[in-house]
Unconditional design. Sequence first.
Lengths: 233, 417
Amino acid sequence: MIEIKDLHKSYKMGSNSLHVLKGLNFSIGEGELVAIMGSSGSGKSTLLNILGMLDEADSGEYTLDGVPIKNLNETKAAQYRNKFLGFIFQSFNLINYKNAAENVALPLYYQKVPRKERQEKALKYLDQVGLKEWAHHLPSELSGGQKQRVAIARAMAAEPKVLLADELTGALDSKTSYEIMDLIQTINDQGNTILVVTHEEDIAHMCKRIVHLKDGIIEKDEKVKQVRASAYV
Amino acid sequence: MFDLERWQEIFDTIRKNKLRTFLTGLSVASGIFILVILLGFGQGMQNGIEKEFKTDAATSIWVWPGRTTIAHNGLNPGRRVQLRNENLDYINNTLDADFDKVSTFYFPRDIQVLYKNDLIVYQVIGTTDDVQVIENQYIVEGRFINERDLAENAKVAVISSKIKKEVFKDLDSPLGEYLTISGAGFRIVGVYSEVSGDDEGEEERIWIPLTTAQLAFNGGDRINNLTFMLPEKTNLGQTVASSLAFEDEIRGYLYKAHGIAPEDERAIHIWNPIEEAKRYYSLTGNIKFFFWFVGVCTIIAGVVGVSNIMLIVVKERTREIGIRKALGAKPWFIVSMILQESIFVTAISGFTGLILSMGLLEIIGPNVEIDYVVNPSVNFNVAFTTVIVLISAGTLAGFFPAWRAANIQVINALRDE
C-alpha cells in the first residue's frame, strides 16, 4: 500500500541545513496497523507529513497504492489527500461551528457527494464510533474522547486507503486513550490500513508492527504481538 | 457561483457565525448609510443656496443716476444726471449690446392715490411691459401692462396681491375697480405677486404704463432708472463675462451721452448681481466639494473597515482552512468560497444601507425646512457606485490573506492557534 525508497528530507535553518530524514526504506501492506515510534526530533512527524502529502521529500520515492507521489501541485495534492488519506490529529481539528455530523460529512462534500447521501454516510460512521446520539452536538459540547471519535469517523467517512494518525491519544487520559485504541483496532480488524505516530510505548504495542525511528534513520522495524486495548477498557 | 451545494455550505457558515456576519454587515451598511446621508445634505445645501438666491432674475442689471463729482467738458461737478427716453430708445434701437429685456421706472412725484375717496399709500411707478420678467413677478389674475397700454397711454393699473388683500378684501376681484391717482381714474386690470414674496416691500407697488405716467404726472421724457435682463450663457463663466462686457458698454454709452468724466464713479450707479451670483455659485461649488471630500473620506474609512474585518475573518479561519485542505479541499475552492461569502454579506448589507438611507432621504427630504437646506437628495448612480467600490475593496482585501492562507502548508495552518 505504501512504498518508500531512500527518502531524504532536510530543513534550512538560516545558514544551517538540518538533515531530518536520512534515507528511509520501508513498505506497508494493506490491512496493517503500524506504529512509528521515536523521541522528539527523530523525524517521525516529518515522515508523517510527507506520507500525508502535507510536505514533500527532497529525494527518494514514495508510492501510494501504486501511484507515485511526486511534484504535486496544491490542487493535485488536495485531490489525492481526499481520495487516499484520512487524517486523525492530536488536537482533533474539528471545525468548531459545525456539529459532529457536519464535521464527518465535510470530506464527502469535497468528493462532491450529494447532500442527502453525505448526511446518511456521516450518521453511519458516527454510529460506528458510537456517537450517533451526539450527531447534532457541537465539538464544544463533546469530551476529548468523543471529539477524537468524531475525528476518526470523519477520517473514515471518505473511505480512504490509509488512515494517518498523529499522536491521536496525545491529548487524552490513558483510559480514554485505550478506548480510542480499541476503536482503532476494531477499524483495523475490518481491513483498514492504519499508520499511527506515537511516542508512547503502550500505544505502540497495541499495533501489529513498530517502526523505531532515531535521528532520521530506521533503527528497528519489528512485528509485535498485539496487545488488545479492550482488555484495559 | 450557481452551485447549490456551495451556497448551502456558505449559508451554513453564515448561519453559524451570526455575530461575525452581523458585525461585517453592520460596518458596511453604516458606512454606506452615512455616506449617502452626507452626499444628500451636500446636495440639499446646494439646492437651498440656489433657492435663497432666486429672487430677482440673477442676470439682471440695474442702472440709476446720481450726481457728478468731477468737472468734465466744461460742466460743473455736483450736476444731477437725468436719464431720458432717448437713452432708452438709443439702447433699444442703436446700441449693439447683448441683452434680452430692458425696462425702466418713472416715479411720479407729489401724487395721491384714492380708492373710493380713501387715501391709500402705495408707490406708483410708471413702467413698461417687460418689468415683470425682470422682477420675477407672476400674474395672479387679470393681465400685466402691455404694449398697447403704452402706445395708447391707457389709464390702467396693476396692483399686488398684498394691496388686493389690504384694500379690496371685501371684493371677489379688484379687476375693473378704479383708483384715482391725482385726480385721474385708473382701471385695475391685473394683480401680480412676487416669486420671492413680500420680503423687501416689493409688493407695495402699483404699476401704471410709463407713457401714461410721464404724460399725466408731468414727467416729460424723464425716466428714473434702467433695468436690463441678460441672456444666460451655457455656463456661469460665460454669463459673467458677457454680463461684465455689457456693463462696460452701457456705462460707456451713458457716460458719453451725459458728458460724465470716465473716472467719475458716482454719476451713474450700476448694480450687477452677477458678481454676487458668482460668489454664491462658487460657494455652493465649495460646499459640494467639501461634502464630496467628507464622502470620499467616509468611503476610505469604510474600505479600511471592511478590509480590516476581512483580514481578521480570514486570519480567524486559517485553522479551518488547514482542516479543509487536509480533508481534500483545493486552494482555489477555499478562496472562492470565502470570497463568495464575503461578497454576499457585503453586497446584502451594502444595498440595505443604500436602500435605508435613500428611503430616509426620500421621506424626510421634501419636509426639511432649514435655511439653506432644501430637499436633500442623492444621485442613485453615485450611491450605487459607492456600494460597488466598497464591495470590491472588501473582496480585494479579503482575497490576499485568503489566498495566502489557502496556500500555506496544511501543517502550518493547523498549528495556527
